[in-house]
Design a binder for this molecule. Structure first.
Ligand code: ADP
Ligand code: 5GP
Length: 213
């Protein structure tokens, strides 16, 4: 791992996408627990809060009118319509966190990820794959949160989503959970060491070596 105190860097954007049921939420919460430098991007959504969700914690819950007004003012880095609701990421908090050197881990859908890639080309984009069709279905059923109709729809959507995996930088197969977690951490640490996050580092080194004869 690089020495971030000696060679400060900009924050890293890491985006993880996967067909529903693959294990994205499970792995993202483990990454957030283990990597202290991740800041939170709280999305805006027009869907209603579920269960224990609170405004400003899981999401900023807003009306369709407010969302559309924000969108037309260009306040979103990306937005998408998912299952009939709008979701979007406000651009200003991202710039603020990156300038502070905070990394940001995004849990957004594929359409949003591809927009974010245009706005933030130094980001790393990871596609998480289920080990098989049968295992994906088993996980969706085992989770016990989705109706039969929703499971069928998610399985149908999964095939279309898999076809977009080619747009991503890394593929991680979530077969064994611990192995997938190690792979995601390896991708994160590699991302932290890309030149785009420390654009002046080598130039400064060269100048100081020259100055020191
Ligand atoms: P997603 O956020 O991608 O929809 P979840 O994180 O909710 O998926 O995981 C779906 C289900 O699969 C959960 O019950 C979770 O505990 C289980 N799961 C996740 N990863 C694995 C794995 N590697 N092996 C077995 N079960 C897993
Ligand atoms: P849920 O309503 O279950 O919380 O989320 C549904 C889907 O919306 C998930 O696939 C999640 O990744 C995606 N999502 C959540 N926030 C955003 C966002 O800000 N932008 C985009 N494009 N998708 C999001």
């Amino acid at each position: 791992m690089g020495d971030d105190r000696k060679y400060p860097r900009h924050g890293l954007i890491m985006v993880v996408c996967a067909p529903s049921g693959t294990g994205k939420s499970t792995l993202i919460s483990r990454l957030r627990e283990e990597i202290a430098n991740f800041g939170f991007s709280i999305s805006y959504t027009t869907r209603a809060p579920r269960g224990q969700e609170r405004d400003g914690r899981e999401y900023h819950f807003v009306s369709r009118d407010k969302f559309i007004a924000m969108r037309s003012r260009g306040e979103f880095a990306e937005w998408a319509e998912v299952h009939g609701n709008f979701y979007g990421t406000a651009i200003q908090p991202i710039h603020d966190m990156l300038a502070e050197g905070k990394d940001i881990l995004f849990d957004i859908d594929v359409q949003g990820a591809l927009q974010l890639r245009k706005a933030f080309p130094t980001g790393i984009f990871v596609y998480l794959l289920p080990p098989s069709k049968a295992e994906l279905e088993r996980r969706l059923r085992g989770r016990g949160t989705d109706s039969e109709e929703s499971i069928v729809r998610r399985m149908e959507n999964a095939l279309g989503e898999l076809k977009q995996a080619g747009e991503f930088d890394y593929w991680v197969v979530n077969d064994d959970l611990d192995q997938a977690f190690e792979d995601l951490k390896a991708v994160y640490h590699a991302g932290c060491n890309t030149p785009g996050l420390r654009p002046e580092m080598v130039e400064n080194m060269i100048n100081s070596w020259r100055d020191n004869g």
